[in-house]
Design a protein around this ligand. Structure first.
Ligand code: SF4
Length: 379
């Protein structure tokens, strides 16, 4: 099975923390959609189209800047080139683009899941993050989702903002829970060097919160969402039972996916290794030749590296990684030193190894990346 990711590289304005690839030149949306369709068409009758497509994800950027005609033509191209039988079609939306009419249009196009970047309901934090939407627009968008009975949605929240108290975060989560979300993604604010936030931190104008404060936020998110019926199933993702995101789970499970659009990544198994490639993050070049010279980097990833990556990704989830999977899929044997490490960490209460499935405990999840680095160093 395959997942398809489409990168829509347009935003109204740059959020202060964001280092994704996008342009604010909305006049280029129509030419971009044409180019995107040419790129999709370039896959016709290739081996990539033989597997059924189970998930489609429109991300960005801000895909909700596209109108019905744009979206319909993209889906038409996908359905005509690929063997599509999707169990999940997601579109990222910004609250200020959401209206009853927009949602009804998405339902007509068989989009069944929204991923909405709310980030916070506190106007001062939205302003600090330089978000394009206001608190009122976020509330209105959530009301529209309820009113139209949209099949599924997830809302993004950001914690660990400078000046954000635990009480403010708790208020945000309680506000969101009033709309009964089936899924929530909560991310700790990361300071990327090339962003406006990164520059302000570098100049000493802003000081990110201490690790202890961020850890408190992490716990606050978990306990409030759990009380609201959403369980953490990955470090940053929470869902009601059975409402976990399929598309993202495919990334963590190393399933095949194809990415379209500037800066999109793809991953494809080829017997005993996998290939990963990414499209050039260059809209101008993409518009000039969308079907040729799109790929910037391509690498064959050997099984050993894939196993290590699988441990990184899988141990961020509550499902963990089994020893059998490591052996059968990646020919990766846990060494004696690693087994000894697992035994020690089980004693510390940060991992479990029941039925030979390695998992992080709640405490371990907070530092899962550090623990995996330690585990891999024992090979
Ligand atoms: S809307 Fe999303 S992609 Fe666009 S600048 Fe903000 S965070 Fe980045």
């Amino acid at each position: 099975m395959t997942g398809i990711y489409i990168h829509i590289p347009f935003c109204k304005q740059a959020c202060s923390y964001c280092d994704f690839y996008f342009s604010t030149r909305k006049q280029l949306i129509a030419p971009f959609v044409k180019a995107l369709i040419i790129e999709i068409e370039s896959y016709r009758d290739t081996p990539f189209t033989k597997n059924p497509v189970k998930t489609i994800y429109l991300g960005g950027g801000t895909p909700s800047l596209l109108n019905e005609q744009h979206l319909a033509s993209i889906f038409e191209a996908l359905h005509s080139v690929f063997d599509t039988d999707p169990e999940e079609v997601t579109i990222e939306v910004n609250p200020d683009d959401v209206s009853d009419e927009y949602l009804k249009m998405l339902i007509r196009l068989d989009v069944d899941r929204l991923s909405m970047g709310i980030q916070s309901f506190q106007q001062e934090l939205l302003t600090f993050m330089h978000r394009a939407h206001s608190r009122e627009e976020a509330l209105k968008a959530l009301e529209s989702i309820q009113k139209t009975g949209f099949p599924a949605f997830t809302a993004d929240l950001i914690y660990g903002n400078p000046g954000q108290s635990v009480q403010m975060l708790e208020k945000d989560i309680q506000q969101l829970l009033l709309f009964d979300p089936p899924h929530v993604s909560a991310y700790s604010l990361t300071v990327e060097p090339k962003t406006r936030l990164g520059k302000q931190v570098e100049l000493g104008r802003i000081r990110p919160p201490d690790d202890e404060v961020v850890a408190e936020h992490f716990d606050c998110v978990e306990s409030n969402l759990r009380d609201g019926g959403l369980q953490r199933y990955e470090v940053s993702n929470f869902a009601k039972s059975g409402r976990e995101a399929h598309h993202n789970s495919n990334y963590w499970n190393h399933r095949n996916y194809i990415g379209f659009g500037p800066s999109a990544h793809s991953f494809w198994w080829d017997n005993t290794a996998a290939r990963r490639w990414n499209n050039r993050a260059d809209l101008k070049k993409y518009l000039a030749s969308p079907a040729a010279d799109v790929v910037e980097e391509s690498e064959i990833i050997p099984l050993h590296s894939l196993a290590e990556e699988r441990l990184f990704l899988g141990l961020r989830t509550i499902w963990g990684v089994s020893e059998t999977e490591l052996k059968d899929r990646y020919q990766y044997e846990l060494s004696d030193l690693q087994l000894e490490w697992i035994h020690q960490q089980t004693g510390r209460g940060v991992v479990t190894f029941d039925d030979k499935i390695l998992k992080m405990t709640g405490t371990g999840l907070k530092i899962s990346d550090l623990l995996v680095v330690d585990l891999l160093s024992k090979k």
